[in-house]
Design a protein. Structure first.
Ligand code: HEM
Length: 344
């Protein structure tokens, strides 16, 4: 149960980011195509056909993103959460914005197919409305994404915003003179919107505690259920821990190696930072590993663990704890903690 959700989770995140990139490319190209005739040097490949191709590719990735988000059991999303905005228990507002964005895009695709019947003016009005899906999707990604605080994801978001702002500026600069007041207003609104997005990102999603503020259900914040009993003393061979069974928690962290060959690995729960894990690894390979699980300042398990080359395993009270470790893209360590009832 632990490994499959993990793959789906990564696909959800990756496809969300790719969808945003593609959507940005679609929006930038759409805005610039309006100003194309202003320059005879316009690259031939940046055409309506490319705009359509990118749009359809974006739709494919959005479908993948939504499907894997629903299939991954972590957030307990149902089909209705993916189609009816603002109904999910998980981060209601921020997830709901993703649903609104994808429905605007669905409306765009359907009306484009019916364009001949709708007439150009109606189709164009809906087309412009669909551009609103870009900022809405951007806020959704920042508000609900696990990677919203990671530097490379922030850079990617900033790059997307910069590209759209530059495209809007180019478009506004090349419009007809009689629309100068409208263009100035559009420029002011774009600048104000970008500044507001930046301020909100810094004061909201980038702050610790955002997971709770964003509306993550308490059960998920506490790791699929309260870690109920009081902490036990550290250093005992096996504490009477109260880690619930059925957890599947993703963690990230770093490792430090001492001069004598021993080392310490510290990991924290992704997103919520609710659980922390410390592993003290001895210098001699195969020696007992000290595992400590803490929640906030409380130690919920402190015990010795074994390592079979892939999984650190320990027993905390009546709970079997398995910790699968791997390296992360940023050079750190990632882990998946799963718990099950100890089999007699
Ligand atoms: C235009 C449509 C959408 C776009 C462009 C989009 C894009 C994104 C982005 C960029 C992220 C952040 C990923 C990360 O931080 O690694 C994200 C996260 C997420 N999205 Fe969407 N999304 C869209 C629609 C939806 C819909 C309709 C759902 C409903 C099921 C959804 C569910 C999620 C979930 C559950 C996450 C959190 C994953 C995580 O914690 O990293 N998205 N989305």
């Amino acid at each position: 149960m632990a490994s499959n959700p993990s793959v789906l989770w990564y696909v959800t995140r990756a496809s969300g980011l790719v969808s945003l990139l593609l959507l940005t490319a679609v929006v930038v190209l759409g805005i610039l195509l309006g100003a194309r005739w202003a320059s005879p040097d316009w690259p031939v490949f940046l055409s309506q056909a490319m705009h359509r191709f990118l749009s359809l590719t974006a739709v494919v990735f959005i479908v993948l993103h939504v499907t894997t988000a629903v299939l991954d059991p972590f957030a307990h999303l149902g089909l209705s959460d993916a189609f009816i905005p603002f109904t999910s228990a998980y981060r209601t507002l921020w997830l709901g914005l993703g649903v609104v964005a994808s429905e605007l895009i669905a409306a765009l695709v359907i009306t484009s197919l019916l364009r001949a019947k709708l007439g150009f003016r109606t189709w164009r009005a809906i087309h412009w409305l669909a551009y609103a899906s870009w900022p809405i999707a951007m806020v959704h990604g920042l508000g609900t994404g696990t990677d919203a605080r990671v530097w490379w994801a922030l850079l990617l978001d900033a790059g997307c915003l910069g590209a759209v702002v530059i495209a809007i500026a180019m478009r506004l600069a090349s419009g007809p003179l009689r629309w100068v007041a409208v263009r100035a207003l559009a420029g002011i609104l774009t600048a104000a919107g970008s500044i507001a997005l930046g301020i909100w990102t810094v004061t909201g999603p980038m702050q610790s505690g955002w997971a709770r503020a964003a509306g993550t259900p308490t059960g998920l914040l506490a790791g699929h259920g309260a870690l109920s009993s009081p902490p036990t003393s550290s250093g005992s061979r096996s504490s009477q821990a109260s880690l619930p069974v059925g957890l599947a928690v993703r963690l990230r962290g770093t490792g430090v190696q001492n001069s004598d060959g021993s080392g310490t690995i510290t990991l924290v729960e992704e997103g919520t930072q609710n659980l922390q894990i410390t592993l003290n690894v001895p210098a001699d390979v195969g020696g007992p590993i000290q595992l400590r699980v803490t929640q906030g300042t409380s130690i919920v398990c402190s015990t010795t663990a074994t390592f079979n080359g892939q999984v650190v395993a320990a027993v905390c009270g009546a709970t079997q704890v398995n910790l699968e470790l791997g390296s992360s893209d940023d050079g750190g360590i990632r882990g998946t903690l799963t718990t099950a009832a100890v089999t007699p």
